[in-house]
Design a protein around this ligand. Structure first.
Ligand SMILES: [Zn+2]
Length: 273
């Protein structure tokens, strides 16, 4: 008689053990787009030193095939995976997804999933919009393919110079999980004061979402970040006691199954202010 009671007790406890954690202040999501060589040869070691999580958003577009000196190889992506970092999907060819049909976008996503599978990397379930372009069709395709979280850019709420900018903090109470805003992305027009501002926004349930490209970005100087500056940024996050996570780790704090009925409603409301 007693064993069924014990089993029932544990079954009842299980949902509790999956309860979401409260969002701490100074929670920072860190992502690196485009497969820059520095992902493996500089950034990963700095992150490891501090015990930070991060996502590397992988694409075979841009110069992945032609400019190997500036881009990581799949072998190096496997190393990042084995170091414990998240490998996220950034499409096969880095297109503007708003110009793709549903099937074309599905193909772009499926290609990176296949390449991950071939290399023993778990199926990506977070996404970064290439060039930050997004629309409702892409959100629906991502949801249909099981993606939990996706990161867009700083606009339309904030102006984007194209060479580093501030953006909204991510508010899981209102934002759709497949349209997470970027709170700051590095470039010549973004620096330490912008990083400090982004971290100051990460309070009362809001989260700072940071996007980097190459450190340095050899092919794309408009989103460059120098290794010296990057080291200082990461040291600042450490000194501030920030919790620095990969996008997938948001699932500890946020239910990816929940979101506004109209995914763009919170963006329009914020842009009007
Ligand atoms: Zn990109």
């Amino acid at each position: 008689m007693r064993r069924p009671i014990i089993i029932l007790f544990f079954l009842l406890l299980c949902p509790l053990s999956r309860a979401l954690e409260p969002i701490p202040d100074k929670l920072v999501v860190l992502g690196f787009d485009d497969c820059n060589k520095s992902d493996r040869h500089f950034v990963a070691d700095v992150l490891k030193k501090h015990g930070f999580g991060a996502t590397f958003y992988v694409t075979e577009g841009l110069g992945f095939h032609s400019g190997k000196g500036h881009y990581v190889t799949w072998e190096e992506i496997v190393e990042l995976h084995k170091m414990g970092f998240e490998i996220g999907n950034h499409t096969k060819s880095h297109p503007n997804v708003t110009r793709l049909s549903r099937d074309q976008l599905k193909g772009e996503l499926a290609h990176i999933e296949k390449r991950c599978r071939e290399h023993g990397i778990s199926k990506p379930d977070t996404f970064a919009f290439p060039g930050f372009s997004n629309n409702i069709r892409a959100v629906e395709v991502l949801a249909g393919m099981g993606y939990k979280f996706a990161r867009r850019g700083v606009g339309p709420e904030y102006p984007d110079s194209g060479s580093g900018a501030r953006g909204p903090a991510y508010d899981p109470a209102t934002d759709h999980p497949l349209l997470i805003p970027t709170t700051g992305y590095a470039g010549p027009k973004w620096g330490m004061k912008d990083l400090k501002w982004a971290v100051s926004q990460a309070k009362d349930g809001k989260i700072a979402v940071l996007c980097f490209h190459g450190v340095p970005a050899l092919d794309h100087p408009w989103v460059n970040c120098t290794p010296e500056a990057f080291s200082k940024y990461m040291q600042f996050l450490k000194d501030e006691g920030c919790t620095v996570i990969a996008t997938r780790d948001l699932a500890r704090y946020v239910d990816p199954g929940k979101g506004p009925k109209d995914p763009y409603a919170p963006i329009r409301a914020r842009a009007k202010k």
